[in-house]
Design a protein around this ligand. Structure first.
Ligand code: GUN
Length: 296
């Protein structure tokens, strides 16, 4: 039987609707409007598309959007100065510095200059540490979106075998922490893993986050497993540019119990979770209870 398709586009729309309802209540009951600042350095076309999309969706859920577009040759000191100002601005509850930054800027320094309470990307070393020790943190958006979809699909993740393929700081490592937090038995696999097919075949939950087009074929998938495909890879096929995941969808869908498609799976969840994180940050900053179902 073919796998059920986890519709990330529809799920993201539900998350945004929930955020919008909470934002409306915050404004009505507390006169509080969550604000998100996005900082974009340079003219990278892909980054520009993301930033425009973030700004649009932020406004659509009733939050304030502040965009800072800076020239590619801005100095590190000027960028750090801007972060200091955004940290101090009470109208801003979330700060996102679009990555990658130009090579003359130390990204780590910039990311760690953001107030951890406003770090809606969850990249600050304090948030990484809080997540790793099972404390309340700001959680990176893409793994948070994956967790939400998994929780929606399963009554409980407790005791499940989860394999995360990919060990990036943005997806693989935080994803593993979140799954551990939900009491999965977690393996992080990567390019040096011995017998990767066998490791993947153990997984009740298989998360692919390697950035290699269609690397994981259906015969690496345990029958009935839930497959979360984080990959967004552009390839040329039949003279056309196509988006494919890290999983070979056609073969995997014949074996898996449930699978996220590309496009329309994990992708749309990322910005929805950015909005959720901004709402969470605004609630925490004002000592208000945080919304249910939008956090780890
Ligand atoms: N560039 C690509 N993905 C991301 C992301 O999730 N956050 C930031 N800040 N930059 C990115």
């Amino acid at each position: 039987m073919a796998a059920s398709i986890i519709d990330g586009k529809a799920f993201a729309a539900r998350v945004r609707a929930k955020v919008a309802a909470e934002v409306s209540a915050l404004s009505r009951d507390h006169g509080l409007i969550p604000g998100l600042a996005v900082v974009l350095v340079g003219e990278d076309p892909a980054s520009q598309v993301y930033v425009r999309s973030k700004g649009k969706q932020t406004v659509e859920v009733g939050m304030q959007s502040f965009e800072h577009r800076l020239p590619v040759d801005i100095s590190e000191a000027e960028l750090l100065n801007l972060i200091v100002k955004l940290n101090a601005d009470p109208e801003i509850h979330g700060i996102l510095v679009q990555l990658p930054l130009p090579s003359h800027v130390n990204s780590e320094l910039v990311v760690n200059a953001v107030d951890p309470a406003k770090d809606v990307d969850g990249f600050h070393i304090s948030n990484v540490g809080l997540l790793g020790t099972g404390q309340k943190a700001m959680v990176p958006c893409t793994p948070l979106g994956c967790l939400m979809m998994l929780r929606d699909h399963h009554d409980s993740l407790s005791g499940m075998d989860a394999v995360v393929v990919g060990r990036s700081n943005i997806v693989g490592k935080p994803m593993a922490q979140l799954l551990l937090g939900d009491s999965c038995t977690v393996t992080i696999a990567h390019s040096r893993t011995r017998d990767l097919p066998a490791v993947c075949r153990r997984a009740d939950i298989l998360v692919a986050a390697v950035g290699r087009p269609e690397m994981i074929p259906g015969d690496w998938v345990k029958p009935g497993a839930t497959v979360i495909d984080v990959g967004i890879n552009r390839i040329e096929r039949d003279g056309k540019t196509r988006l494919v995941g890290d999983v070979h969808f056609e073969s995997a869908t014949k074996v898996a119990g449930a699978i996220t498609p590309v496009p329309g799976g994990v992708g749309p969840m990322t910005i929805a979770c950015l909005l959720a994180n901004t709402l969470t940050a605004a609630c925490r900053a004002n000592g208000l209870p945080e919304p249910e179902g939008l956090t780890a």
